[in-house]
Write a protein that binds this ligand. Structure first.
Ligand code: GAP
Length: 435
């Protein structure tokens, strides 16, 4: 994990937030390569979950919602973790995450711990000029609640019929007691959630629940994560969140252990029913074909963008040997790699035609131009940021209108006609996405 964190900083994937002020625990910034990789993960999720389906539509709702939302959802009363404080060093821990055998002694200094207390994880703020209880509001701890509160508006405006889904990607905030494992558990993070509304009958619920397990697991594989590192784990009864009747987690074998990437839950009609009760608005669904009215049940797929990003980075990180030298290579699936093609003129004298070619390619693909240092060194740098293809423009290119394309994983090289380069790159990206 240390090596991965160090590479993330060295190459501009992830920085500590406000590093110059000593950092702020549980918050992270994404650098020039991190933002590209992250955008590619989100774009691929949106394409799979919304663009390529005719039964899912998207929304983008506000981070701060009416505070009654959180009363109705149960977050005000139940969204808490048990917390203990050390009476000596004043450090705070999650009671359920203390190392075994340290229930009453501080794991850091051996001091006495307080009794566990419930600690609500929602960040509180004030809306408007007055700072009193009438202006209290919360940063959303999950993106899905506004999907439920906007259910009726989406039904009437989108012409979707049950079964159908509403998807959203956006920031969520949780005042985690112990943020840890790099970007795995942070206080500000992004979720990619989809709520799929179905008829409330049990058999139908089970069918869609199973369907979404398969779809979601498959998505992680197509993202380039090796299937032997992915697992599905059913929640035990006592683990289930207050709203769920069943839940399965997609887990990944991180260097720090097997941990959750996504939860797929059968939320029944808990949320819509709660919002009906609290808002006194009719959020039921009317099926004209069968002349029936019901409150739909929901199968939720709730993924963390940051955790997915970390899994993608961990899975891509490899060391091998090229020409007798060790190299670090990020084997990202080409379609999500932050840079698709490195443009490396063999000599600075070839800068003009090489840049001309780059300007043409960058309209379609993320490129990176590099003419500094030996070609071997430049290849190593592109390998370390996971660029799947490198293009070398040499003196022959001037006359034969061909360039050399080198593949990151095999280091194999091929001569390709300049007017075929776009198709060549596109084929490599498409093949990786469809595999
Ligand atoms: N709407 C359901 C929901 O929010 P959750 O299991 O609490 O369910 C879903 O969260 C996903 O959000 C998790 O699987 C994880 O990927 C991500 N997530 C939750 N808390 C997180 C945190 N503190 N830091 C990073 N990601 C987090």
């Amino acid at each position: 994990m240390e090596e991965i964190v160090s590479l993330c900083k060295r190459r501009g994937f992830v920085f500590q937030s406000s590093e110059i002020y000593g950092g702020i625990n549980g918050f992270w910034d994404f650098g020039p390569l991190g933002v590209e990789l992250r955008n590619n993960v989100k774009r691929f999720w949106w394409q799979t979950m919304v663009d390529l389906r005719d039964d899912v539509v998207g929304v983008d709702t506000s981070i701060i919602a009416h505070p009654q939302t959180w009363e109705a959802s149960g977050h005000l009363s139940s969204f808490s973790d048990p917390m203990v404080d050390c009476k000596e060093c004043k450090k705070r821990f999650r009671a359920d995450q203390l190392p075994e055998g340290t229930t009453d002694k501080c794991p850091e200094c051996g001091g006495e711990l307080t009794e566990p207390r419930a600690f609500n994880l929602m960040f509180k703020t004030f809306v408007g000029a007055k700072e009193d209880s009438s202006s209290e509001a919360y940063l959303r701890p999950e993106t899905c609640q506004s999907i439920f509160t906007q259910f009726k508006n989406v039904v009437t405006t989108s012409r979707q019929k049950v079964p159908f889904g509403i998807a959203q990607i956006g920031k969520s905030f949780r005042n985690e007691i112990t943020p840890r494992n790099f970007i795995f558990r942070s206080r500000e993070f992004e979720q990619m959630e989809m709520e799929f509304f179905i008829k409330p009958e049990k058999a139908i619920q089970n069918e869609w629940y199973e369907y979404w397990h398969k779809e979601r697991l498959n998505w992680y594989k197509r993202l380039g994560i090796r299937s032997e590192h992915l697992h599905m784990r059913d929640h035990e009864e006592d683990e289930l969140a207050h709203y769920a009747s069943a839940c399965v987690d997609v887990e990944y074998d991180f260097p720090f252990g097997r941990s959750e990437l996504e939860g797929i839950a059968n939320r029944g009609n808990y949320d819509l029913s709660q919002h009906i009760e609290h808002s006194k608005k009719d959020l039921s669904y009317f099926n004209q074909a069968d002349n029936e009215k019901f409150v739909p049940a929901v199968i939720e797929t709730s993924a963390g963008c940051d955790r997915t990003l970390l899994a993608v980075i961990c899975d891509a990180y490899q060391k091998d040997e090229v020409g007798g030298e060790e190299r670090i290579v990020m084997r990202f699936a080409p379609h999500i790699a932050p840079v698709k093609i490195g443009i490396l003129p063999l000599s600075k004298k070839l800068a003009e035609p090489a840049k001309k070619l780059e300007n043409d390619l960058r309209k379609r693909f993320k490129t990176d131009y590099d003419d500094a240092g030996s070609i071997g060194k430049r290849y190593r740098r592109q390998d370390e940021i996971g660029t799947p293809l490198c293009l070398t423009y040499d003196f022959d290119s001037e006359t034969d209108n061909q360039v050399t394309i080198r593949h990151r994983d095999t280091t194999k090289q091929e001569r390709v006609a300049i007017d075929q380069v776009k198709n060549y790159i596109q084929d490599v990206l498409d093949a990786s996405q469809d595999s």
